[in-house]
Write a protein that binds this ligand. Structure first.
Ligand SMILES: [Zn+2]
Length: 340
């Protein structure tokens, strides 16, 4: 009896031991909580940038460069989807420029792919200059927002028929964008750079601007470019818009004895746009009110922000302003070309 009890006790201990071992072996490993993944760049390639401010050529990561372009080209206060659209347009342009499809850069880049001159390539600022450009902004917050726009669209560009496009953009269209041939007559028809309506842009400070020009000043500036010009009377008699484009931009302007393109007139008098209303406060003074800011071709940045605020995403925005384009990862051939 005593032995039986002892045997039973041993059996019980053995059973408990086996049970403990089994349960240990079957116990699940504790789950290690993974920290939430930060949005990381998914695409890496370098681009050679000629910084026109300090005349230094540097090789930098493409997206790092694009962050500086977006920071310089679009206010960080714009909606994130507009910033993403801007990032993709800027990346597309940088690569198109780098592989030479927008014409020669001889004498401008000293061998670099792109430069930081906004009148030639795209504007660009480093983070340490951001505060001086936008004194009332929160640099860290804005820079982080721009980085999110760039890195969340990393590697994406715009193509048409599998070719990199020329994604022209401007600040404010004045309500309607322009066909490319109306601005650059030497350019043949570009199917993705067609005039489209662009709503909600009147709410931006870049929408409307008025300037007054004295007849004397107008004549002086014109005579520098057109020495053959003959003035027939005061500016109120000497000036008329003789032709408009379909988007109601001044296409041809007669001044005195000559007719010049509206785009040339805009350039000569540093006007914001060629959508203009003219009045004459007196017979030899002209007041020009322009609507929009920029050449008007391609994506309107203010219009992009309006679409984003209405809930449209970057794909919609880009395909709205660039008719028929695709948003695709950078092609291997482009990367090979870039690394030549
Ligand atoms: Zn350039």
């Amino acid at each position: 009896m005593k032995n039986n009890k002892k045997a039973l006790l041993i059996l019980l201990i053995v059973c408990m031991f086996v049970f403990i071992m089994l349960s240990r072996n079957h116990r699940k490993e504790p789950e290690i909580e993974q920290p939430e993944k930060q949005q990381q760049p998914t695409f890496k390639t370098n681009i050679i940038v000629y910084n026109t401010r300090n005349e230094v050529i540097e090789e930098v990561d493409l997206d790092e460069y694009i962050v500086g372009v977006v920071a310089a080209e679009m206010p960080a206060s714009f909606s994130i989807e507009a910033l993403k659209a801007q990032a993709i347009a800027a990346r597309t342009y940088a690569l198109g420029r780098a592989i030479g499809i927008y014409g020669s850069t001889a004498g401008r880049h000293y061998g670099a792919h792109v430069c930081t001159d906004s009148t030639h390539c795209q504007a660009w600022i480093p983070k340490d200059m951001y505060q001086s450009w936008y004194p009332n902004s929160n640099v860290e917050e804005n820079w982080a927002k721009i980085e999110e726009a760039v890195y969340s669209t990393s590697g994406l560009i715009l193509t048409y028929n599998d070719e990199i496009v020329n994604p022209l953009y401007h600040a404010n269209s004045g309500g309607i964008t322009e066909d490319i041939q109306e601005v650059w007559s030497s350019v043949s028809d570009v199917p993705y750079l067609k005039s489209v309506y662009s709503e909600g842009e009147a709410d931006y400070s870049s929408f409307k601007k008025s300037v007054k020009l004295a007849g004397e000043k107008i004549r002086e500036i014109l005579m520098e470019s057109y020495p053959e010009i003959v003035f027939l009377g005061p500016v109120s008699e000497d000036f008329e818009v003789v032709q408009y484009t379909d988007s109601l931009r001044a296409k041809e302007i007669r001044i005195g004895s000559i007719v010049i393109p509206g785009t040339k007139f805009r350039e000569l008098f540093s006007l914001s746009s060629t959508i203009m209303e003219i009045s004459f406060p007196n017979e030899d003074e002209m007041e020009i009110t322009t609507y929009g800011f920029g050449h008007g071709v391609g994506m309107s940045q203010c219009g992009a922000n309006e679409l984003a605020q209405k809930g449209r995403d970057y794909e919609y925005i880009l395909q709205y302003y660039y008719t028929g384009v695709e948003i695709e990862p950078i092609n291997e051939d482009v990367i090979v070309e870039l690394n030549k």
